[in-house]
Design a protein around this ligand. Structure first.
Ligand SMILES: NC(=O)c1ccc[n+]([C@@H]2O[C@H](COP(=O)([O-])OP(=O)(O)OC[C@H]3O[C@@H](n4cnc5c(N)ncnc54)[C@H](O)[C@@H]3O)[C@@H](O)[C@H]2O)c1
Length: 292
């Protein structure tokens, strides 16, 4: 019998693709999501879905009924600005919610937890590309809650893999999340509305395709790799101006971008090294330049 996988946040952008990938490989998939930012239409019909908040005591009943072998933990407060406005709300979901998940992983014998962290834990890069040994000095509340989540997982006694994702893009992304810039640009361009770029647009990002993340997660979940923290990125540079041009070409968008002042806390260059990931998993990367 194949392993049972429980995915928190499985109705969301990244989680729903991970669920699809496991189901394609004939694993049994259980999804826990409270649909705050996730959507019912994202949920694979072959998954068993529980509408449940990860911070609630009801989560225990799900672990007790399902006894999953592997947990993929993606449910989170995902907005950097929301974490600035409401740090308590952010910490409640990202820290207390994770502790709740960890308690039941321990109580119900989960073999391994894979959790989504972020490039935000590094803060301002001291060198590039940023590898896993880079100091972690987050400059946002979101980065702080994700780093705290990492520490609790490392200290839990449950075998784990922590993924530090760079900027993720792909189908089902909405504009609200950590790296919704692709979707924000696409939505505006499709409707021929103005597109805003904060600052000069020469900010550099490292975009990774969501279906590549789904494959990487699936492979590492069932591998022997454990107790590792791994950057998940392409280590490829793309400026926001370049992204604008790629999408403008795709949608035949003729307007120039509207430039507004740089946003506080925006990191100028964010590129994550991926040699550790490449040494642990077979990965084929989709380049954002060829993705559209
Ligand atoms: N998208 C990115 O570029 C990116 C980058 C780095 C890290 N991440 C991390 O990856 C994970 C998935 O992000 P995403 O981009 O798919 O965002 P998303 O908002 O689409 O997914 C998050 C999911 O968690 C659910 N959720 C939120 N709070 C919950 C709660 N209290 N109980 C149960 N479910 C809850 C939401 O309904 C949603 O389905 C998050 O942990 C995020 O921090 C994302």
């Amino acid at each position: 019998m194949s392993k049972k996988i429980l995915i928190t946040g499985g109705a969301g952008f990244i989680g729903s693709h991970i669920a699809d990938e496991f189901i394609k490989k004939e694993y049994e998939v259980v999804i826990v999501d409270n649909l705050t930012t996730g959507q019912e239409k994202n949920i694979n019909s072959k998954a068993r879905f529980y509408n449940c908040d990860i911070t609630s005591a009801e989560l225990e009943q799900i672990f007790s009924a399902e006894t999953p072998e592997i947990v993929i933990h993606l449910a989170a407060q995902v907005s950097v600005p929301n974490a600035t406005k409401d740090p308590i709300g952010d910490a409640h979901i990202n820290i207390i919610g994770t502790l709740n998940v960890l308690e039941y992983c321990k109580a119900y014998g989960v073999k391994k937890i894979l959790a989504a962290s972020s490039a935000a834990v590094y803060g301002e890069p001291q060198y590039l590309p940023v590898d896993e040994a880079h100091p972690t000095i987050p400059i946002s509340n979101y980065g702080i809650s994700k780093l705290t989540m990492e520490k609790y997982i490392e200290n839990s006694g449950v075998d784990y893999i922590i993924f530090r994702f760079s900027n993720v893009f792909g189908e089902r992304q909405t504009a609200h999340g950590e790296a919704g810039v692709v979707t924000i640009f696409e939505n505006a361009m499709k409707n021929n509305l103005p597109v805003t770029i904060f600052g000069d647009g020469e900010q550099i990002r490292d975009f990774i395709y969501v279906k590549d993340i789904a494959k990487i997660t699936c492979n590492l979940a069932v591998s022997d790799v454990k107790n590792e923290t791994i950057n998940v990125s392409t280590n490829t540079e793309c400026t926001i101006n370049e992204l604008f041009k790629i999408l403008a070409d795709k949608y035949g968008y003729q307007q120039a971008a509207v430039h507004k002042p740089e946003r506080n806390g925006d990191i100028k260059v964010s590129v994550l090294a991926n040699s550790k990931l490449n040494s642990l998993a077979e990965v084929e990367y989709t380049d954002i330049r060829g993705a559209f």
